[in-house]
Design a protein around this ligand. Sequence first.
Ligand SMILES: O=C(O)[C@H](CS(=O)(=O)O)OP(=O)(O)O
Length: 257
Amino acid sequence: MFIEVYPTAQSVKDLNGKTAIVIDVLRATSVITTALHNGAERVIPVPSVEDAFRLARDLKYNSLLGGERGAVKIPGFDLGNSPLEYKKELVAGKTVILTTSNGTKAIKASESAEHILIGCFLNASAAAGKALQFALSSETPGVAVVCAGTLGEFSLDDAACAGLIVDSLVRNIERMNEIPELSDLAFACRDLYLEHRHDLKAFISHAAHFKRLLGLGLEKDIDYCLQRDVINCVPVYDKRTPIIDVPLITLFTNPPF
Ligand SMILES: O=C(O)[C@H](CS(=O)(=O)O)OP(=O)(O)O
């Protein structure tokens, strides 16, 4: 089983037939995972603010607009890009239309994969387990871990999370007496994570994205997003929804453990 890591949304190649896990720890995939865990019906990632407003107008669902530009809530939107805002009482039963600077672009960039899962520290092991199930039943049994990065640049937070997910994949594959094959970057991310797993926040504090969020007074968001394996559910991006003509993310309801 071949496991590879892409460092940014912009670096993603043809993922044809593979299973992808898209990561944007700070903060889009942490938001998506939290919103669905807290009962949102679906999350629809869209590229632009205009698309978000148009969709909210056209949809028959009870929807909320969420997202950011420059890490700040968009004027006229209901919610920003803080996972802490996506509380049960606000999101349960709702459709969240989400547009962010990096995460929603990384999801779009991964559309050539057969299966697209949403991962972050919060659900890392569940995402790895589910990805392996999908990959094993696919004709092309590879897993591509797609880091969103930050504004086209490599980001330490995503790389560390990719490392945790790669480590979880490797352990699962070895348990099946199979030999995992890692790309150079998958190997490096795993090594990076294992080296820094006991001081994750100190390590990630070197990331430009961490510093920007800290400067905006968002340390609580960072602390929340760095929690490991506290959510046992896996959002799945569905390109072929029969309900509306836009791809959407729902919860995979059969977690692997
Ligand atoms: O809100 C965030 O954390 C970022 C915005 S930015 O990169 O700091 O401008 O968006 P995301 O798409 O969640 O990485």
